[in-house]
Design a protein around this ligand. Sequence first.
Ligand code: GSH
Length: 233
Amino acid sequence: MSQGLFYDYWRSSAGWRVRIGLALKGFPGAGGFAGPEGFSRIAVNLAPAISEQSGEAWRAINPQGRVPALVLAQDPPVLLTQSLAILEWLDEIRPRPAFLPADPTGRAAARAFALSIACDIHPLNNVSVLSFLRRQFMADDAAISAWCQEWLRIGLGPLEENLRRRGYQSGFIFGEAPGFAEICLIPQLYNARRFQLDLAPFPLLGEVEAACLSLPAFADTAPERQPDAPPAQ
Ligand SMILES: N[C@@H](CCC(=O)N[C@@H](CS)C(=O)NCC(=O)O)C(=O)O
């Protein structure tokens, strides 16, 4: 019997946030395998040709249709959605290691960094948004790529500047350990590469990424390591 079900998709960057969160908090199974102390991971296939997110079976569980989601094994079962709400919940049920700095000002800054990604960058590159651009405005691959790169550049630039102004040189952003900011940033940089954005103008964000990917909680939960990822070519 696991703690519940974790609905995810290998290439979902919001899902990767929760995989990292579960791993940092020491829940077994965050890398994609079930365990009695962890969450059993169930893949929802978001690939355009399959679009399980629009299917009745998944909508009956999560009316919003998005991943990630947790269904806690309680009576009755409890649905948790929205990656940042799930991360807050994880931080509340297992306070160590903390996802936020101790001081209120640091907490606000770390939340702002994470929200810039989760609210201002990620939604514009989402599957449903890109599908609508193709369907409604006949956007081809080049147009989709230009769209994604534009919003990524506009979003990542101020985050690079944020790090420069705080005198960041290496390691984690808000202390000795990764938290909300890094958990949102690393999957977003993965997405940026997927959309062929040149990351050379963001060297400090690259430093944060290197520090994070040296940790198993980030490396072992990477998209390609998930059981529903297609085999490497
Ligand atoms: N704000 C939500 C975003 C969730 C979300 O949009 N997930 C994407 C995958 S990364 C999704 O399910 N997309 C389906 C769609 O766009 O139809 C969160 O942080 O959990």
